[in-house]
Design a protein around this ligand. Sequence first.
Ligand code: AMP
Length: 409
Amino acid sequence: MLQNPKGTKDIFSTTWYQQQLIIDQFIQLCKQMNYQPIQTPIFEYSSLFQKVNNANTDTDTAKEMYIFNDSKYKYALRPENTASVVRAYLQNKLYANNENKFFYIGRMFRHDNPQRGRYREFTQLGVELFDEATAASDTEIIMLAHQLLQRLNISTELHINTIGCEKCRGNYITTLQEYLKDKELCNDCKKRLDNNPLRILDCKVCTFENVPSIYNYICDECKGHFNTVQKLLAAINVPYTINNHLVRGLDYYSNTVFEFVFQHPNLQLPITLIGGGRYNGLIKQFCDGIDQPAIGFAAGLERLLLALELTNQLPEIRAEDFIYIVSQNEKEHAFKLYNTLIANGINAQINFHYSSLTKQLRTAAKSNAKYVFIIEEDEVKNNYITIKELTTSKQQQISYLQLFSLLQK
Ligand code: AMP
């Protein structure tokens, strides 16, 4: 039996339209806040993502990638889009035109273990903002994510945290390593203790009590930044919880990180619908002379849909009404009419077969057609169309002239 690969999904009509409605809301919101669309390739040179991951030798992220090569180069299916957006921003010197707010919609690929809400191919709706590292730009990004969830009527809990800056985080990491060194750690976290201790804080397996709080270690500037973000969120009535286990494992992240978390009795664990953070160090890492701070988020489309499904809020997609054209012996005339209807923006379909009219009418009755247009010899000879309304079975004859004046209306 033919089968789709593990962790991928075939998407059919209703779900496709439901996803599209979410995407439409996202696009509308981004346009409203003056974000510009950006579309980058689905695969990049694998070195792009490796560069990002190597900032810290966090093997978790590196092993997720699908890598392939031709005789010359090694490529990767993108596991996320931030690195590609940054690459495109730098390569095309978008900063020179003051273009600094971007949104994207696209498929991502990660070689994860699939489970509910976690796939190997999934869709992210994301934004990236390249601007000064102000608390106001952090707030804008969180506000955008919050607005999206409001529009979709999905209730979540917003978790925020600060992970300090590259200057002050070092003190905290040393303290954290000291604290963790004699704790019971899972195998992954044992490896992380040296190369990525912050990630241990958001491990789903290990639990700790009384972890030293980063707030006691970060510099006054980072504290001030985080306090202002909180004040601005309060000003726009966005409730939040400070979660000092929320981190980003890579070195180029700094200051604000956040997640919108969704809980439901039918879910074993809460799921993150949107995750984001400030990445002041990434652009510098890609392009030495450019010190451009940035912040962004990514929302998982499939998870937004899952949240709507679990809260019984999946939008209803109504099948469109159609005109169904049937003809046994006058296909040329029927096709001419069909082409005219389509050209005039009217929903129509035609029966492809040369079977009897009765059989074609039966097929039409099973479709979602509202009207059947019949064209046979008499219709052609006398220049009219027979129209049958399927719900009432009422039949009438109308001339082409009448039909076209109707169409014009
Ligand atoms: P991340 O890029 O890991 O910060 O993820 C951002 C968002 O993308 C998450 O909050 C999820 O909604 C979604 N996401 C990440 N990984 C997956 C996955 N494997 N399957 C489905 N959605 C995902």
